[in-house]
Design a protein around this ligand. Structure first.
Ligand code: SF4
Length: 75
């Protein structure tokens, strides 16, 4: 699991910080800062909630090291 934040979308609501304070911090009138972009399993449920409840959908998961192995052909 690797977390990404789109800072163009983030509006500093800090819902993410409320859900997973070990992983996200949001300064006053600032935008999200990811404290741990590859959290261990114990934090995954909280991170999932943060992603789900972020009002601007600024957070997402990217697979670490993924290089898009999907074929580019058509079906
Ligand atoms: S909940 Fe979403 S919009 Fe709010 S600070 Fe976190 S990432 Fe930004």
């Amino acid at each position: 699991m690797r977390i990404r934040a789109d800072l163009d979308l983030c509006q500093g609501h800090a819902v993410c910080q409320a859900e997973a304070p070990e992983v996200f911090t949001v300064p006053k009138r600032g935008r999200v800062e990811i404290l741990d972009d590859a959290p261990t399993g114990e934090h995954e449920p909280a991170v999932a909630n943060a992603i789900r409840y972020c009002p601007t959908q600024a957070l997402s998961i990217a697979d670490a090291g993924a290089t898009d192995p999907s074929p580019k052909g058509t079906d």
